[in-house]
Design a protein around this ligand. Structure first.
Ligand SMILES: [Zn+2]
Length: 469
């Protein structure tokens, strides 16, 4: 869709009703927001869709009505995030030696990192061990690496070749995956214009028998044939702010900013036949309509309450599911000075109790052991747990990591570690536990208050933030 068409749609979008204004955080208001955000009408809130624009319009209206000041572009609640949207004219084909793999989704999938471009006649180099990685990247070579992030891709990153920069193609092999159903045409790719300016190779994941043959060095040459077009589509973050007033003995706190965040996008509609009557909408009730609803309630509570000492910025992030693109854009183009941001507390998947905890209403904080944030919350009487699944690496899997990469203490409050509906069409509002979510919202509010009053000054522990595993 063109830029002007999207703007028009936004302007014409129906005025989606908000709950009655109430500065108190209530389960009823959380439920109202969540029922709207996770409704079928919003089609799973995929980035760069009209439904995403309708979602951000709702959030902006909620902030305005709550009396939160706009903190986006030019006095508005919106920060434009230019994204490149790639559509495919036909289904990509992978040619290994003399054999053509044409069952997309079953034999292989492609993650496009830029404009779709065919590559031919590449020589295959298998990287089984870190020492196998050639020192200099070569655009005529297709690298074969394990699909595990902790191996091949990390070695590339450590060699200064993040996402395969400089190579002709990256083939990630996953022999253990059984052949699934073909997905047909790949889903549109979404990337940043900056990403397109520094072209990266396509990232292909190969499954089953051919993954094994590649890994065993049986394939000498490879080609990827694909064809499509890219256009610039605007997305937008929603940003509001409650200005701090400092305290009598610490007036400087007013210039310090706490960023509270949650991503409002989700993964949209699943591949399949829309005529079949089958439910294809991945509603994203827990991920992350729940965090978004909690953030709205926090914004309303802070706008109505006493002036905080520190300034609080509310960031509703776009396109998290496409690689945290909205948050990266915000961090690279912050609407407050980046050096004024002292902390990011991010909210992800707070809609269902986590069975690993001792009951409902008990969130955990990613990276608990890395900073004083979690321990200080606990010291002030908040039931915030440690992340009991460090092997899942949740610390790096949500928007907080964008702030961490800028040196800012950034952590995520969540109960989402074991949701069986994760990224499925079953992540529906009916699975939400609003009493649990309400309890989590009160804890998030308590934590944000400790930050806002200046009672907690976030600090990394010695040697942190260590990234990687
Ligand atoms: Zn999420």
């Amino acid at each position: 869709m063109s830029f002007s068409a999207l703007l028009l749609l936004t302007a014409l979008s129906v005025d989606d009703p908000l709950p009655a204004p109430d500065p108190a955080i209530t389960a009823e208001a959380l439920s109202h927001h969540l029922h709207f955000l996770a409704s079928d009408e919003l089609q799973g809130r995929g980035a760069c869709t009209p439904e995403s624009a309708r979602t951000s319009a709702y959030l902006a209206k909620a902030l305005e009505r709550a009396g939160v000041a706009p903190a986006g572009d030019e006095g508005s609640y919106f920060q434009s995030v230019p994204l490149l949207y790639t559509e495919f004219a036909d289904t990509p084909v992978l040619i290994l030696g003399e054999t053509t793999l044409d069952r997309y989704g079953e034999q292989f999938v492609v993650r496009f990192q830029g404009a779709p471009e065919s590559v031919r006649g590449l020589t295959v180099v298998v990287v089984q061990e870190e020492a196998d990685l050639p020192a200099e990247p070569d655009p005529k070579v297709a690298l074969v690496v394990q699909s595990s992030r902790s191996k091949g891709l990390r070695w590339l990153e450590e060699a200064g070749q993040e996402n395969g920069a400089g190579w002709g193609l990256i083939l990630r092999v996953l022999p253990t995956r059984e052949a699934g159903s073909p997905q047909g045409v790949p889903r549109p790719g979404i990337s940043t214009p900056e990403g397109a300016a520094a072209p990266l190779p396509e990232m292909v994941t190969v499954y089953g028998e051919w993954a094994e043959r590649l890994w065993d060095g049986e394939v000498e040459t490879v080609a990827l044939v694909c064809n499509g077009e890219q256009k610039l589509v605007p997305e937008r973050n929603v940003v509001g702010l409650v200005r701090g007033a400092g305290t009598a003995d610490r007036p400087e706190l007013a210039d310090e900013v706490i960023v509270l965040s949650a991503h409002f996008d989700h993964v949209g509609v699943a591949p399949g036949d829309p005529e079949s009557g089958e439910d294809l909408i991945r509603n994203g009730a827990d991920d992350d309509a729940s965090g978004t609803a909690v953030l709205l309630e926090l914004a309303e509570a802070f706008a109505a309450g006493d002036k905080p000492a520190r300034t609080i910025l509310f960031l509703f992030c776009a396109a998290e599911e496409r690689g945290m693109l909205g948050t990266y854009y915000f961090a690279d183009h912050p609407t407050v000075p980046l050096e004024s941001i002292v902390c990011n507390l991010n909210l992800e998947m707070l809609g269902m109790p986590d069975p690993i905890m001792d009951g409902p209403g008990l969130p955990w904080l990613t990276g608990f052991e890395r900073s004083n944030l979690g321990p200080e919350m606990v010291r002030h009487g908040l039931s915030v747990g440690e992340d009991r699944r460090p092997e899942m690496n949740f610390f790096q899997r949500s928007d907080n990591i964008v702030f961490v990469r800028k040196g800012i203490v950034g952590q995520t409050l969540s109960t989402g570690g074991a949701n069986p509906n994760y990224h499925q069409v079953t992540d529906e509002v009916e699975t939400m536990d609003f009493a649990h979510m309400h309890a989590c919202a009160l804890i998030a509010h308590g934590a944000a208050r400790l930050l806002a009053t200046g009672q907690i000054t976030p600090k990394w522990n010695e040697g942190e933030p260590k990234l990687g595993r």
